[in-house]
Design a binder for this molecule. Structure first.
Ligand code: ARG
Length: 460
């Protein structure tokens, strides 16, 4: 029997009916569905639609259903079309006719949106905590890299020396924006849909403001027609999840490169790497590669969902049922990827020697040019002078550190005895002046600020 069998004279064809069953995945909304139904029963009671007796028996039966489902998740199953039908069937089997009154004035259209909003409100903070832990792992690595140096890259060519701490804090900065972006998606979901009915609103005097507060929502939706098909919050969540994955993929790529034999700035822990079945020497960064790979899947969920929403006529359409698998899959992928990335980052060791050596040499050219600028030479001119020096040094297979004073002077009269001292990685980072730079004091302050950020959000 279906929720609508009164209107139909034949049993559903399984090929059509089973196709629409969502219980296999929307059972994840079980808790939210019962929570919403308890509040709805109270609201109907307050509006005088349910007798006090019916209200009380519905509420206590729903509470028992919630407890049973929490105790034994496998119990949340059956031939039902969706989780809403399951909860209603259980309710009716416990309290009979009173249970048949619960759906008065309510539609599954607003109910399913409500459930998903409640779900995101529960789950986004869990993702945010995983993000906070990853930011903390980056801060820990930054702590061990406040004196170590490495090259930074543009176009994947050596650019300028930076502190290793600066590198880790750069990724932490992006992750902190992701935290806010997830929060914005949760805020968008923070509106009560109940009272919208199937599309035109409900005809019972339900106090929606009171109901919103009872369910912990900060507001009620503006328009019932919009509410029945609004899944913008789903798109926002998928976008936030996708961009976070994009950031994780960039961390992954950096670490795949920097832990490889060619760079060797960091070493992967044996605990977070994998071996090869054939080549005994291999230590592969599989978890990082998977994070990078899964990013494509999450972006697919976002674009897939936008395509589903495009051109939908006003009001609820069954297409909207596709929202849930997109959300659940993006959530599970992001959650696992955050944990895997943290496991890798927290166990990395820094190869100070190797990274430091790569941070000196010709990538100090900008600092040498800055030296000339500090002696009064226009920057464009200094760029030319140092460019010629670089060309010559490259041809001779050496770098600034091997130049004698007369060779410095040959390049420009403006070079003094202190020129070689300006051309070191340490002098280079110390020469930076701005708060967002890799200047060691600025990095120390940035690290402290990052720690405060973590501390404010970290929940034990
Ligand atoms: N399983 C449905 C969904 O996910 C619930 C809403 C069904 N509403 C309807 N009018 N058939 O969207």
């Amino acid at each position: 029997m279906t929720l609508w069998s009164g209107r139909f004279d034949t049993a559903p064809d399984p090929a059509a009916f089973d196709f629409g069953i969502s219980f296999g995945f929307d059972r994840a909304l079980f808790e939210d569905d019962v929570t919403g139904s308890i509040a709805w029963a109270d609201a109907l009671g307050a509006a005088g639609v349910l007798s006090d007796e019916d209200r009380a028996s519905i509420v206590s039966a729903l509470e028992a259903i919630l407890e049973e489902g929490r105790r034994n998740p496998a119990w949340v199953s059956g031939p039902d079309e969706d989780v809403h039908s399951f909860v209603e069937r259980q309710l009716i089997s416990t309290v009979g006719d009173a249970g048949r009154r619960l759906h008065t004035g309510r539609s599954r259209n607003e109910q399913v949106s409500l459930d998903l909003r409640l779900y995101l409100r529960r789950r986004v903070p869990v993702l945010q905590q995983a993000l906070v832990k990853l930011v903390a792992a980056c801060a820990d690595q930054a702590e061990s890299g406040v004196t170590a140096m490495m090259p930074s890259y543009t176009h994947l060519r050596r650019a300028q020396p930076v502190l290793v701490a600066h590198f880790f804090l750069s990724h932490a900065s992006a992750l902190r924006r992701d935290y806010e972006r997830l929060q914005a998606a949760a805020d968008e979901a923070d509106a009560l849909t109940l009272g919208s009915g199937a599309i035109a609103g409900t005809s019972y005097a339900v106090d929606t403001e009171h109901l919103a507060r009872a369910l912990g929502f900060s507001r009620v939706v503006l328009n019932s027609m919009d509410a029945s098909s609004d899944r913008d919050f789903v798109a926002s969540f998928l976008y936030a999840a996708s961009l976070t994955m994009v950031h994780l993929s960039r961390i992954a790529e950096d670490l795949i490169i920097f832990t490889g034999e060619e760079h060797g700035f960091f070493e992967l822990s044996d605990a977070s790497a994998t071996g090869s079945s054939m080549m005994p020497q291999k230590k592969n960064p599989d978890p990082l590669e998977l994070v990078r790979g899964k990013t494509g899947r999450t972006i697919g969920r976002l674009t897939g969902w936008l395509a589903t929403m495009k051109g939908l006529p006003s009001g609820y359409n069954k297409d909207l049922q596709e929202d849930k698998e997109a959300v659940f899959d993006a959530e599970a992928t992001l959650s696992a990827s955050l944990d895997a990335t943290r496991a890798v980052v927290s166990r990395l060791s820094i190869n100070e020697d190797r990274a430091g050596r790569a941070a000196s040499g010709l990538l100090l050219a900008t600092d040498v040019a800055d030296y000339l600028v500090s002696r009064g030479m226009p920057f464009r001119r200094a760029h030319e002078v140092v460019g010629a020096m670089v060309r010559r040094l490259l041809a001779e297979g050496r770098d600034f550190s091997s130049l004698t004073l007369s060779q410095w002077r040959e390049a420009s009269e403006m070079f003094g005895e202190d020129a070689p001292r300006a051309a070191t990685a340490l002098a280079s980072v110390q020469a930076r002046r701005t708060p967002q730079s890799t200047n060691p004091e600025a990095v120390r302050a940035a690290l402290d600020e990052c720690r405060v950020w973590v501390k404010k959000r970290f929940q034990v």
